[in-house]
Design a protein around this ligand. Structure first.
Ligand SMILES: *[C@@H]1O[C@H](CO)[C@@H](O)[C@H](O)[C@H]1NC(C)=O
Ligand SMILES: *[C@@H]1O[C@H](CO)[C@@H](O)[C@H](O)[C@H]1NC(C)=O
Ligand SMILES: *[C@@H]1O[C@H](CO)[C@@H](O)[C@H](O)[C@H]1NC(C)=O
Ligand SMILES: *[C@@H]1O[C@H](CO)[C@@H](O)[C@H](O)[C@H]1NC(C)=O
Ligand SMILES: *[C@@H]1O[C@H](CO)[C@@H](O)[C@H](O)[C@H]1NC(C)=O
Length: 479
């Protein structure tokens, strides 16, 4: 189908969806004030009705390349300074928080729990993660063992799980509030543009993630269709036999995977995604042995200690490597100004193994995902650094899988303060975030989750379902 034809069809469909949605919306309007419950059924119904209605505006704003979004934002900011500058903030202040930020704290429970707790981990003596500063304020002060239980049917276990959930959400929120007063190395000049409509908060998070359209670069993409470098990209698609894919697992590298015995569960999935050089050998019982795809950041591709072009761990597996480039940069700029020059080793690897499936992730799509996160967070500013590999991996995988099980991304009661299951490094910033907008990512993931609290916080499995295209208002054609 030609581009014009497709655009016309999409517009037509959108008009029908809009009509349909406004009819439903009128009927649903009394339901909205009651729809605040976390993961509530009413919320879902209201989401369905209103999401389609805002689809058009969102699509228009989103389809613009990163450059254009900046331009629009700048114009808007300038306008605000010149004219009704107060308008924006007054609208923002009226906004209701999203449901995931709405978890109520039970003051009695807090009292009881706090009085029995000892700080479990003191991270101040430990070697820092290369990209994470040890954060003073997100030091882990809860003792997860107090909340550990497995009897799904006992009331005590239910209470413990709920209390743990509240502690985790509270810690993530705190981490989000810790402002980022640091420099802005990626020149992110995006200001939240949405957040002034009350429908906005009912727009499903899964749709926001899908719309970001996180993708790998293909040979036909400009400017690579004209550059010799583009001929290095594989001709194959990212995954083989996607039609037969039903379930996918994303295995975080979290330290709390130690002792989880989730290996067999992980290996039952059709696609298993892992990150960087996270090993399976020697850890099979906890993390499984199957790997379909590895998402690797540009540091791992570049730094000699990882030996990307030769190390067996990067062989016979699909690779999706990413580097954020600059927020306002073009793809040509990216080739000369990547954070870490991953191109050299990528070229060596691809020349050495021409049949390999090693792809580069479109850096613009990484920043679109960042925008989705910022939209989810509404008027709360998130860190102006790219999302973590885990979140990028989720966005890359979701279009292929009807269901994604994200293992130990939300910290479970196995939480032990370790950064990775394969290293001894301790730093709670690895779990609660300080360099990536990790806290916002995890709150968003929890908002997308369909599994019960027991699965998430006791067994460490968060489940995310691919949203229905109708639910999202046909927004993710395109990229
Ligand atoms: C953590 O360790 C540091 C260095 O040993 C010490 O100064 C600090 O008091 C400890 N903090 C806690 C909460 O124990
Ligand atoms: C669980 O929590 C409820 C409500 O806070 C309380 O009434 C109940 O006694 C608790 N049950 C147990 C077994 O702790
Ligand atoms: C960031 O800067 C603002 C104003 O300059 C200040 O009020 C705030 O406390 C700072 N936040 C942190 C976490 O340092
Ligand atoms: C990758 O697969 C090829 C062909 O099946 C095999 O010869 C090679 O040993 C494998 N390499 C690794 C590191 O597993
Ligand atoms: C991106 O923004 C930075 C800082 O505002 C500016 O110095 C740079 O020239 C911009 N780059 C492009 C390609 O627009």
């Amino acid at each position: 189908m030609s581009a014009a034809k497709r655009a016309f069809l999409t517009a037509l469909i959108n008009i029908f969806v809009l009509l349909f949605a406004s009819i439903i919306q009128i009927q649903r309007i009394d339901a909205l004030p009651h729809a605040q419950t976390v993961n509530g059924a009413t919320a879902t119904a209201a989401k369905t009705a209103t999401s389609a209605a805002i689809a058009l505006t969102k699509a228009q704003q989103r389809r613009e390349p990163v450059r254009m979004v900046n331009k629009q934002t700048n114009e808007r900011v300038n306008k605000d300074v010149g004219g009704g500058g107060g308008e924006d903030s007054s609208v923002n202040s009226k906004r209701l928080p999203r449901s995931v930020f709405h978890v109520r704290w039970n003051p009695n429970e807090k009292f009881v729990v706090e009085s029995r707790e000892n700080p479990a981990i003191n991270s101040s003596r430990l070697a820092p993660h290369p990209r994470l500063k040890v954060s003073k304020n997100t030091k882990l002060t809860l003792s997860p063992k107090l909340y550990l239980c497995h009897d799904k049917y006992s009331e005590l276990c239910h209470n413990k799980t709920l209390a743990f959930r509240q502690r985790i959400v509270q810690t993530l929120e705190k981490s989000m509030r810790e402002g980022d007063n640091e420099t802005n190395p990626y020149n992110v000049d995006y200001k939240p543009v949405f957040g002034d409509s009350f429908e906005e908060q009912y727009y499903p998070s899964t749709c926001l993630v899908m719309e970001a359209g996180v993708r790998v670069l293909r040979r036909r993409d400009a400017p690579f269709n004209k550059l010799p470098f583009g001929r290095l990209f594989p001709r194959q698609k990212l995954f083989r036999n996607v039609k037969s894919v039903k379930t996918c697992a994303i295995v975080s590298s979290a330290g709390s995977l130690v002792g989880s015995k989730l290996g067999r569960f992980i290996d039952t999935h059709d696609i298993v995604m892992r990150f960087n050089h996270a090993p399976t050998q020697g850890y099979e019982v906890d993390v499984g042995s199957k790997t379909t795809i590895r998402v690797v950041n540009s540091q791992v591709v570049t730094k000699p200690e990882f030996d990307f072009p030769h190390a067996p761990i990067f062989r016979n597996v699909t690779i999706a490597a990413w580097d954020p480039g600059k927020y306002n940069g073009t793809l040509e700029d990216w080739l000369t100004s990547a954070d870490y020059d991953l191109f050299t080793n990528y070229e060596i690897y691809r020349r050495r193994y021409p049949k390999s499936r090693a792809f580069l992730i479109d850096p613009h799509s990484v920043w679109r995902l960042w925008q989705s996160l910022q939209m989810f967070a509404g008027n709360r500013p998130i860190r102006r650094n790219p999302p973590s590999s885990g979140f990028i991996g989720l966005a890359l995988l979701l279009p292929y899988c009807s269901q994604v099980d994200f293992v130990e991304y939300m910290p479970s009661t196995r939480l032990n303060g370790r950064c990775h299951y394969y290293s001894k490094e301790m730093n709670s910033a690895c779990t609660f975030g300080s360099w990536h907008p990790l806290a916002a990512e995890k709150l968003m993931a929890l908002d997308m989750n369909v599994a019960d609290d027991m699965s998430v916080f006791q067994f460490g499995i968060l489940r995310i379902r691919q949203p229905d295209k109708l639910l999202c208002g046909f927004n993710f054609f395109g990229y």
